[in-house]
Design a protein around this ligand. Structure first.
Ligand SMILES: *Cc1c(COP(=O)(O)O)cnc(C)c1O
Length: 221
């Protein structure tokens, strides 16, 4: 009951056009089924192993997103079905996604992850790197990967001003890349930012995809 009420509250609150990726990491099949039965179909995982296990146990019409760090040698396991990879953080990974997608006769949507937080441990391109990548970008080099936008995570801090300034930064990089890429990226229109603690700030700064776990399923153990 709780899970259904939680997702409904988010649907009611968020403006149309903003999609919710329900992050199911550490949740049981039963918990995810509660969300599924409430009508939600877009789910995200941050580990390949858990993504594969969940996909096997759960209904086939769930749209699965990969939101966590992805190693090139694991792309092949998710390439047959993944809907959107939020966490492409190198050209090498982008090449691998394209190659594995083509093996499955698919084109996979991807976001480039940009490092906007203070924390050292978070993955992603720097602003300079992602700008350079966009300047040299040719869609023909990645026939199996469709570049759809950017993803970023703000610093884990109660300082809303700091979080906001990081999301403003990411949104500005996003618009700059839209200009640089022009027609080279046919639909560069997704900005994945915002989690349970900061999605309101993210939505205020132009997010199109929020990745939400605890606010739907409760605090993680
Ligand atoms: C866990 C996770 C989330 C969701 O976190 P909550 O704080 O539970 O909403 C979002 N994005 C990524 C990449 C995650 O790993």
């Amino acid at each position: 009951m709780e899970i259904a009420a939680n997702i409904q509250r988010l649907y009611d609150e968020l403006p149309a056009g903003i999609r919710i990726v329900a992050v199911t990491k550490t949740r049981t099949t039963g918990e995810v089924m509660e969300l599924y039965n409430a009508g939600h179909r877009v789910m995200g995982e941050n580990r390949v192993q858990e993504l594969l296990a969940k996909r096997e146990e759960l209904p086939g019409d769930i749209e699965w997103h990969m939101v966590g760090h992805l190693q090139t040698n694991k792309v092949k396991y998710i390439a047959p079905f993944v809907s959107l990879i939020h966490s492409v953080d190198s050209q090498k990974l982008m090449r691998t996604v394209s190659k594995e997608a083509l093996k499955n006769k698919r084109v996979i949507d991807v976001l480039l992850q940009v490092h906007i937080a203070d924390e050292e441990t978070k993955f992603g391109f720097s602003e300079e790197e992602v700008t350079g990548f966009a300047e040299g970008f040719s869609a023909a080099v990645y026939p199996g990967a469709r570049l759809r936008g950017l993803m970023g995570m703000a610093t884990f801090t109660p300082d809303t001003g700091k979080v906001r300034s990081e999301f403003i930064k990411l949104a500005s990089i996003f618009r700059n890349l839209q200009n640089i890429l022009g027609s080279e990226a046919e639909a560069f229109d997704e900005l994945s930012m915002g989690m349970s603690d900061d999605y309101r700030v993210a939505v205020g700064e132009g997010s199109t995809l929020v990745r939400i776990g605890s606010l739907i399923f409760g605090e993680r153990e």
